[in-house]
Design a protein around this ligand. Structure first.
Ligand code: ADP
Length: 619
């Protein structure tokens, strides 16, 4: 398998999600953190200021809502008392009573006043107001709801100094908040002129206590107060604030107010409230102040003061929380950047390792391929060497056989010579018949010599290598005739019954003959000391295989030599006689032909070499 670093490069493109984060370098990261640390105080301050401003806005909005609520309550409270003097002012009984000039000790008049006292008392109780009373044009109280309260009774009191009386005498409704001169209790006075026709005959006044209203304001938790046109607090849910002033009063104003006894003996001292652009402060505390002037009163303003301490604390907490959140975010981002960098580095290392591994694999693959080529070359070389060896051993065998061969050739040559000599003599004697016989003998002998040299030529030639069906009998005959000189010289009893010509095996006659010559020569070597010498060549044939056994009556193969006889260069022969290559080459040839060469010792003594060959179909 061919491996290439391409695959690795492809893999490296598979970036992790934090690729961008991983590219943030350390200096930038550290710079960002330093910047954040340096900016933290400013950020905290901005964060707190922003959330404070938000808190003030919220408080202001809440204050407006409160104002609306308190304003409505105050309005309805004033509204409630407004109608009472209006209705009473048009009461005929009352008008008549005021219109009639008062005469001292007039019993009728006294009875009328007493009746009015009771009526006003009943009405006052029914309406829930503080006091209800009638003044004549001089400001003298003629009848009052509190007639029965002794020293607390308004009857006989003169209120001509009260602005509400003066307003009524001028024909206008008089509205007024003041401290009661008799009761010393604060209240809202509303006076209506009583007319007979066009003439003003007196005034009817209702005083409404505001303590319940004030009490109602206490539940809200904020400071609520109403100031008059001079900035003097007259209604408030803060104990001690009543009749304090928002700003120092001018001496003239103070004198006038004190003269009117509107607020009794109150010092009308400033509350000490300092008004800022956004907040008001008093006694070290800060407030959001929301104010609204009221339509009902004359220059009245309703104020609500909301303490900012809790809101400021919340804002501070929120600001700190924001900064803590930002710090956490920086840490988290830092952590993620750090992690992404780690992952990135890890991936790089992994990729590097994969690249290195792949390179090593590629390298070893190349080496392996080179080795395969080298092996192939070596194998080819071995094959070539083997072929050369085969040829060399063949030629060596030929050399060894040459003495026998010379004898084989010399014998017919000598015979030819004597036949030729005789033929010359016979010609001289005029016996042509015998000369012809001699010439025929000579022809026969040359034919025999041609056969011998033909066998030699065939043995020496190089094999074609291809297996083909060949007649096994002819191969054995050829081998025997090549060795005929030695066989005869050593007086060997050859036992061989040639098979029919159509018994064929897959093989190559040159190489098979070489194997047979090797095996037979070994047998002859082994039988040197045997007497008599017997070489038995036999066949065992079945459907697919032909086995040729070559047996001798030599000493057999020693047990210790048996495992090695087919090994190259194994020989038991003296130096110069054997190279130990014959059997190994022969075994290789048979294997190549799809057969087998095996060695064994026969039960009756001697060695048996068996050539197993594939049987070829008889043609
Ligand atoms: P070489 O004949 O050159 O020694 P071979 O490979 O032909 O080489 O034989 C190897 C050895 O096998 C011989 O040296 C011999 O010891 C043994 N051998 C071969 N044939 C026979 C046989 N017929 N009887 C006994 N030993 C044999």
């Amino acid at each position: 398998m061919e491996l290439s670093p391409e695959g690795v490069r492809h893999f490296s493109r598979r970036e992790f999600g934090g690729g961008l984060l991983a590219r943030v370098s350390w200096p930038i990261l550290v710079g960002l953190i330093c910047l954040f640390v340096l900016m933290a105080p400013w950020l905290t301050w901005r964060g707190i200021a922003w959330s404070q401003s938000q808190a003030y806005d919220q408080l202001t909005a809440a204050g407006r809502d409160r104002l609306k609520l308190y304003g409505t309550a105050l309005h309805s409270e004033l509204e409630k008392s407004r109608n009472i003097p209006l209705v009473l002012a048009s009461d005929p009984l009352l008008v008549a009573f005021l219109a009639a000039p008062a005469t001292p000790d007039d019993p009728r008049k006294e009875a009328q006043a007493a009746a009015l006292d009771r009526r006003l008392q009943a009405l006052n109780e029914a309406l829930g107001s503080s006091a209800l009373y009638l003044l004549d044009t001089r400001g003298l109280t003629l009848a009052a709801s509190n007639w029965a309260e002794g020293a607390g009774s308004f009857v006989g009191q003169n209120f001509d100094f009260r602005p509400y009386f003066l307003a009524a005498m001028e024909g206008r409704p008089g509205r007024y908040f003041a401290l009661g001169t008799t009761s010393n209790l604060p209240g809202y006075y509303l006076a209506m002129p009583v007319r007979q026709g066009e003439r003003i005959v007196g005034a009817v006044v209702v005083k409404t206590a505001m303590d319940e209203l004030e009490h109602g304001w206490s539940g809200g938790g904020e400071k609520v107060f109403v100031t008059d046109r001079h900035g003097i607090v007259f209604l408030t849910n803060v104990p001690g604030w009543r009749f304090g002033s928002l700003a120092p009063l001018e001496p003239g104003v103070r004198q006038r107010i004190q003269a009117s006894r509107q607020y009794g003996d109150a010092a009308l001292a400033p509350l000490g409230l300092v008004l800022g652009s956004r907040l008001a402060s008093l006694g070290g505390r800060s407030y959001v102040m929301v104010s609204q002037s009221l339509a009902d009163g004359e220059g009245w303003t309703l104020h609500v003061l909301l303490d900012v301490e809790a809101a400021e604390a919340r804002a501070r907490d929120f600001g700190l929380l924001m900064v803590a959140g930002a710090a956490l975010a920086v840490l988290v981002i830092g952590f993620f950047i750090h992690r992404a960098r780690l992952v990135h580095r890890h991936t790089r290392e992994l990729e590097q390792r994969v690249v290195e591994r792949t390179a090593a694999l590629v390298d070893s693959n190349h080496r392996l391929q080179a080795e395969v080529v080298e092996r192939q070359r070596a194998e080819d070389e071995v094959k070539a060497k083997q072929a050369e060896l085969v040829q060399a051993t063949k030629l060596a065998a030929l050399g060894q056989m040459s003495a026998g061969m010379a004898h084989e050739v010399n014998q017919p040559l000598a015979a030819i010579r004597s036949f030729a000599d005789n033929a010359v003599t016979l010609l001289g004697l005029g016996r042509p018949e015998q000369v012809r016989d001699n010439l025929a003998e000579i022809a026969g002998l040359t034919e025999r010599m041609a056969r011998i040299t033909g066998q030699l030529k065939q043995f020496a030639r190089k094999s074609s290598g291809a297996a083909e069906p060949i007649a096994l009998g002819a191969v054995v005959d050829g081998a025997l005739s090549l060795l005929a000189g030695r066989l005869r010289g050593e007086d060997v009893d050859v036992r061989w019954a040639p098979p029919p010509d159509d018994l064929k095996v897959w093989g190559d006659d040159v190489r098979l003959q070489q194997v047979l010559i090797n095996v037979i020569r070994n047998a002859l070597d082994a039988m040197r000391k045997a007497a008599p010498r017997r070489l038995t060549i036999s066949l065992a044939v079945d459907e697919t295989t032909v086995r040729l056994d070559v047996a001798d009556n030599g000493p057999g193969i020693p047990d210790e030599a048996m495992p090695f006889v087919f090994d190259p260069f194994f020989t038991t022969k003296p130096a110069g006689e054997g190279m130990g290559l014959g059997l190994s080459i022969s075994e290789g040839i048979l294997r190549e032909l799809g057969g087998r060469l095996t060695a064994a010792n026969a039960a009756g003594g001697g060695a048996v070499f068996s050539l197993s060959l594939r049987r070829a179909e008889a043609s």
